[in-house]
Design a protein. Structure first.
Length: 429
């Protein structure tokens, strides 16, 4: 009789759980989200922050994190040209300007140091005009997430390669003008100046890539050590409480497999198996998620830009990403599966040649690596799944009934491209 009652209760619980997943995956509304508010870190419009999106049909609300508007990748020099490269995230600032009815423009400013010292602030915040013999390249209509400015035809006159230049990204928003080099400033007294020769002499590293091994995340390594030390150390919960947590987790795993949360379900099942073995992440599946694909493209574009600076005709080279990238912008299935995750790139067999047209052609093997430690916060008692918290799942780990593990995936790209080409030009899968 008790087994019959338990079976009925499990069926009821499963039905309730599946109804939650049905609502989450199929929903009653084909959402049409629109940004309704934007908050920035330290209330500064060029920092990263959070976008709040509201469905225009049902008022459902969700949030998305985003990074800094512009980040300097680095400067490079080849032949008689200098190039400045920035990673750009423009969506948030465009929406912020629209929501607050602020004028907006952005792009590159190039001038000699002598002109800046003579005319002062390069961009007039009221008119948007620039000083005499200063060049402004507006980029607001450029949808790429990597922006380059090329200062070409540097003359071979005496001292030309040592001429100090001001090269900066600018943002004109409302009545304020900001300049972004290594740091953000409003004052021309804080500008940095560079010359062709200064850049040409420094080719050991570029854009976060250098010859040493990647520095792995200390936070992830700390999590792994803490997890190992807490495994099977015992729990303060009763056998009944542990049994209920286990059954709830098993039901959630089953519900996720049926209702459009396949990867979250597989990882939860792997956790519940208790093996603790590394979990192999299929990156082709991960990249079906548009956000994860966009993250990958940002990383690969940074690697391609670095390759173009570091390559030479004399030898085949190898470089690594200096520190791992951290992304915490997933949602849906892979958010439940991974939450935040780290990426890094290894570049090998980098070569440079020139085709019959005299165009630079690069080739390299690029290994893209994704890592995440699948664990649960012992102090987080809020619901992660229906009526099930990270703290409760961690108790299964402490009880030795489940085990946290490392998620690892890699994909190798053998690429050949002409200078300036990026992921969208190469049709990388």
């Amino acid at each position: 009789m008790k087994k019959h009652i338990l079976f009925v209760l499990l069926v009821i619980a499963l039905c309730v759980l599946l109804s939650v997943f049905v609502y989450a995956s199929e929903g009653e509304c084909e959402h049409e989200y629109k940004t309704t508010s934007i908050t920035f870190e330290n209330d500064f419009c060029l920092n990263g922050g959070t976008r709040t999106l509201t469905c225009e049909l049902c008022d459902d609300i969700k949030t998305e994190d985003f990074g800094n508007f512009a980040t300097l990748v680095g400067y490079s020099a080849s032949s008689n040209a200098m190039i400045g490269t920035y990673n750009i995230y423009s969506q948030a600032i465009k929406e912020y300007a629209s929501l607050n009815k602020l004028k907006l423009n952005y792009g590159f400013i190039v001038a000699s140091q002598s002109r800046v010292l003579e005319y002062g602030n390069p961009v007039n915040p009221q008119t948007g005009y620039v000083g005499k013999s200063m060049i402004k390249y507006d980029m607001i209509k450029n949808s790429s997430d990597v922006h380059d400015v090329v200062i070409s035809n540097i003359k071979y006159a005496d001292g030309a390669f040592d001429t100090l230049l001001f090269i900066s990204y600018y943002v004109l928003i409302g009545d304020n003008v900001y300049y972004i080099q290594n740091e953000v400033t409003e004052s021309y007294e804080n500008f940095e100046y560079i010359s062709f020769n200064m850049i040409k002499q420094n080719i050991e590293s570029f854009g976060g890539f250098y010859k040493d091994e990647t520095e792995l995340s200390s936070d992830r390594l700390k999590q792994m050590n803490n997890s190992n030390s807490s495994y099977n150390t015992g729990t303060s919960l009763s056998d009944t409480e542990i049994d209920n947590i286990t059954k709830s987790a098993q039901l959630i795993s089953l519900g996720g497999a049926i209702f459009n949360y396949p990867n979250a379900s597989l990882m939860l099942s792997h956790f519940l198996s208790g093996s603790g073995n590394n979990y192999t992440l299929d990156l082709d599946l991960l990249f079906k998620d548009k956000t994860a694909l966009s993250n990958r493209n940002i990383d690969l574009n940074s690697a391609l830009a670095a390759c173009e600076v570091l390559a030479n005709q004399e030898s085949t080279l190898s470089f690594n990403q200096a520190t791992e990238s951290l992304y915490h912008n997933l949602d849906g299935d892979f958010w439940y599966a991974m939450g935040s995750y780290f990426t890094r790139i290894e570049i090998s067999d980098l070569t440079l040649s020139y085709n019959k047209k005299g165009e630079a052609v690069y080739s390299a093997t690029i290994k893209y690596i994704v890592e995440d430690f699948y664990n649960f916060d012992a102090n987080d008692k809020g619901d992660l799944f229906p009526s099930l918290s990270p703290s409760e799942l961690h108790e299964l780990h402490k009880a030795g009934l489940a085990k946290e593990f490392l998620t690892y995936g890699e994909k190798v790209y053998k690429l050949s491209w002409k200078q300036g080409q990026r992921v969208n030009d190469l049709n990388i899968n």
